[in-house]
Ligand binder design. Structure first.
Ligand code: ADP
Ligand code: ZN
Length: 369
């Protein structure tokens, strides 16, 4: 599967960057024609391609919070480049990631006359990114999506890798598709308005990448003597780390599973709290628990365990486990019913290396209790 392009810049340049992406795609088409054509024929083709460059419509999907802050800048930037812009603004929050909202957006895009050669901009956090990505994956069997994440969690995780979807009554993300964005465009300036809680929510995923990558990345997770942290650098390192893994394992068959570090327990905790505990905060608890488990069973040293827990502590996470282990195992088992009888637990061995440990539910039960 083709990997997406990651670009950092200001929202006011979004239109230009999307136009460049479209031009590059057209150039690629020309290049493949080139192989088949002789020189004089190619010149004709090139000319006709430029002349027939279509007027592209873009549907911006965003939520009310983000619209109030950043929609105008995006619309202006796209219109400056000659795009025809439509806006779809949804209420903020996970509740909007449902079938009803999804269908209403598809219907309104059809009414607007959006075609297969047009595109979607997903402007917002993970909710908007997942929903808009799924709309793009399915509208007329798939149109281009440009992910413009504005939350920390979306910048380092959900906007990258092409997983899209909506929630069903039976559970989160149960309907979805893989659909790679043609561009991921990140403006760090948008983080200035993100509530502190959402920053900490996203930081847990960054810590996860740091544990996986180790080295300088891991060291950057600890503030310097003056209490400063290079957040932009950490975002770049995280986003690129994920891009790299996804480019080798787009469909989540092997290496990409390492990105689930902290998530087996994290997902269970999130679910058992009825999603009152946000994803990142649950992942932080899951990371601490798997580090503790690994330390106890000798999969990693006690030093490594203490280091991971210490890093989470610096960021002020509440690492207590708000459910009993039996409940947790039940929640994991229910999740796994859809797959097989075993689970692939991601365990840290040292900072900078994690391994998949395949175990049955009974084995997991034994090592947890
Ligand atoms: P996620 O944590 O997966 O990104 P959401 O998409 O629900 O989840 O985003 C979290 C919340 O932050 C939402 O209420 C959203 O409207 C809000 N939000 C996203 N980006 C920004 C931003 N740059 N400034 C202010 N609020 C934002
Ligand atoms: Zn996650």
């Amino acid at each position: 599967m083709k990997t997406n392009t990651l670009v950092y810049g200001e929202l006011k340049n979004l239109g230009r960057e999307i136009a460049k992406t479209i031009d590059a795609a057209n150039d690629n088409k020309l290049q493949s024609k080139e192989r088949a054509a002789n020189d004089s024929k190619l010149q004709d083709d090139e000319q006709s391609f430029q002349d027939s460059k279509p007027c592209v419509s873009i549907a911006i999907i965003t939520d009310q919070n983000v619209a109030a802050l950043y929609l105008n800048a995006c619309v202006e930037s796209l219109e400056d480049q000659g795009f025809h812009v439509f806006c779809k603004v949804i209420p903020p929050g996970e509740e909007s990631k449902n079938g009803e909202v999804y269908l209403s957006i598809l219907e309104s895009m059809a009414k607007d006359g959006i075609t297969r050669t047009d595109g979607i901009v997903a402007l917002g956090g993970g909710v908007v990114g997942d929903l808009a990505g799924f709309v793009a994956a399915t509208y007329m069997r798939g149109i281009k999506v440009y992910q413009v994440p504005t939350s920390l969690l979306a910048m380092v995780d959900s906007s990258i890798g092409g997983k899209t979807g909506i929630d069903l009554d039976a559970g989160k993300n149960l309907a979805g598709a893989f659909h790679m964005p043609s561009l991921v465009y990140q403006d760090f300036g948008t983080l200035s308005t993100l509530p502190e809680e959402e920053l900490i929510n996203g930081m847990a995923e960054i810590i996860k990448y740091g544990v996986l990558a180790g080295g300088e990345f891991y060291e950057l997770l600890t503030p310097d003597e003056d209490g400063n942290i290079d957040l932009e650098r950490l975002i770049r390192m995280s986003a690129e780390y994920k891009m790299d893994i996804v480019s080798r394992d787009a469909k989540d068959m092997g290496e990409r599973q390492l990105l689930n570090l902290g998530h087996t327990f994290g997902h269970a905790i999130e679910k058992l709290s009825n999603y009152e505990i946000k994803h990142g905060f649950a992942v932080a608890k899951g990371l601490a628990l798997i580090a503790d488990l690994s330390g106890r069973h000798g999969w990693c040293s006690e030093e490594t365990r203490d280091s991971i827990v210490g890093t989470l502590d610096i960021w002020g996470y509440d690492l207590s486990i708000p459910c009993d282990m039996n409940e947790m195992l039940d929640a994991i088992a229910v999740d796994k019913k859809r797959k097989a009888d075993y689970i692939d637990l991601v365990v840290p061995t040292v900072i900078g290396n994690c391994e998949l440990k395949r175990m049955s539910m009974e084995e997991l039960y034994k090592c947890l209790l």
